[in-house]
Design a protein around this ligand. Sequence first.
Ligand code: HEC
Length: 109
Amino acid sequence: MHKDRRLRGAAYLLLIYSVAFVAFPVLAAEDDDAAIEQKLGACVACHGADGIGKAPQYPNLQGQKASYVEKQLKAFRSGERKDASMTALAAGLSDEDIADLSTYFEQVK
Ligand code: HEC
């Protein structure tokens, strides 16, 4: 009787652990998606969600090397590279934002 209850307890624990293991990566991925969408919100009007510029003056970023995009965003942020739109926008980006956005545009199709 006693043993039975302990066994059931162990089974429940196992169940809880497996649910947590399955659920957590999914939650983390959704979080990431939401975070990147929020950051992208500041870029899509000009560069497009697919990284294809919405007008001739907006460069395509689709498939661009992440290391290049990262370097340009940091150059805009530091003032080394200047553009009326990009200088102001890059000023608000953290290193993490820049890394995430750069990876996004390299991978987006
Ligand atoms: C108002 C329009 C506008 C918005 C919004 C905008 N950009 Fe830009 N972006 C430009 C323009 C214009 C250029 C070209 C600047 C130049 O000629 O030097 C540019 C250039 C760039 C470049 C350099 C491309 C290259 O080939 O050297 C990167 C990278 C970039 N933008 C990323 C972003 C990211 C990331 C965001 C969102 C945080 C963003 N931009 C938002 C207009 C915009």
